[in-house]
Write a protein that binds this ligand. Sequence first.
Ligand code: FAD
Ligand code: EGU
Length: 468
Amino acid sequence: MDNSTDGSEKKKVVAVVGGGLVGALNACFFAKRGFDVHVFETREDIRQAKTVKGRSINLALSHRGRQSLKHVGMEEKIVSQGIAMDARMIHSLNGVQSPIPYGKKGQFILSVDRANLNKELLTEAEKYANTKLNFEHKLQDWSAKTGLMTFTKPDGSKEQIEADLIVGCDGAFSAVRKQFLRQSRFNYSQTYIPHGYMELTMPPVNGEFAMKANYLHIWPRNTFMMIALPNLDKTFTCTLFMPFEEFEKITTGNEVIEFFQEYFPDAIPLIGVDSLKRDYFRLPAQAMVSIKCSPYHIGDKCVLMGDAAHAVVPFYGQGMNAGFEDCIVFDEVMEQFNEDFGAVLPEYTRVRVPDDHAIADLAMYNYVEMRAHVNSKWFLFRKRVDNLLHFLMPNKIIPLYTMVTFTRTRYHEAVARWHWQEKVINRGLLFGGTGAILGGSYLLIKYPPDINQLCITIEKVWNQITPS
Ligand code: FAD
Ligand code: EGU
């Protein structure tokens, strides 16, 4: 970059630690502002790697994530490589499948391939002349006083690098965050949930998707749950969630089949008996952790974003979306405070912490809720009641997942509004119920209704609560 024209000093150096989803996207945001951007990533370049190891194969991308991609001109490209999911498909134990739309026509979430998304974002970051990607650079330590970072390389050698701003996007087990733990007044909490997850692949049948493609398939069975998202190669990636204790109880191929026979019988022929017996033992179940901390910054030197700042359990499909939204929020604060890091960093912490903590709490709440009493009947019932209330009072009652998934309503405001709605609904049920019975009877006697009009209204309501 040539900054000599405006007479100001050299553009500042921003070190983005972590070239995962949030790090790669963030590099684009900083590069777009003209900073000298250096990305440091432990792994080799995944665009050249033969196999990409890592968490979860596909992810649900929704509005917040898309808006963020749009800021760097990547929305269209990523959306075109995703598969739209217009509804959930709820699988009952007896094999019946019931769709529950996410919203109106044209409201959908996308199933995207994690590795592909990461590759595209790295390639986009690299298009800026002022960006340099450094692979096989593992941050080992850094000094909060001087900002000097130490990286180790695969051959064991070390490299020391300085930057004006360090952006920690190095995931849930962040090395950047280690220095924060030594600061006074830094709050930190982490919780591992008793559940683990395991991914299983459902192959195509005669070259076609084994189940309906444009759905997020869900098998809700209280303690046990499975979900499946479609991939471009016409496979589904099924994710089985259950307590580690239960994972460990199953030790033979036949026990795997018996377990599926009891809880997910319709999935057995689709995954295939032999692959099921094999794949279950290929990798151990993976852990899930929820991490909250604050503040997100140290002075004018360092800031945390993405999972490094807030790992959430995946029970709202929002981890990446929230991390992507972090990038927009930071960019907005940068605009507001003229890229003055000393002012930007505290303001970013101030505005973002309440929202990230809110989504972490919501995801944990939904985990507890689903495990406690969500079977397929309850899931269908709750979503239909939500949709009915929204249909009757479209401006007053908006389902929580709608605010979370399809708007950029601040997460903490969505939670506050949800609490308010629940209050209104409960009062409505109490007073409205009694009032409706009394008032309704009076009106029915005084003004006998036109039976045809009544039937049309009842039919509309009925259509809302019963499956098509
Ligand atoms: P990561 O993706 O973890 O990337 C961190 C990067 O930093 C990695 O590349 C790593 O190699 C690198 N790194 C680590 N340490 C160092 C170091 N010391 N030096 C240099 N580099 C380092 N989110 C959604 O929005 N929708 C979903 O449907 C969804 N489903 C999920 C399902 C499961 C089972 C799980 C576990 C998570 C899911 N998530 C989902 C959450 C999502 O995966 C994360 O929120 C997202 O990956 C966070 O991105 P990140 O870049 O912050 O961290
Ligand atoms: C979990 C793991 C359905 C991908 C939460 C819904 C998820 C995803 C839901 C994973 C559920 C649960 C929502 C979306 C999404 C639902 C949501 C969960 C994607 C409340 C790859 N969740 N997920 N809620 O409403 O808002 O459909 O691993 F089963 S997308 Cl747990 Cl919208």
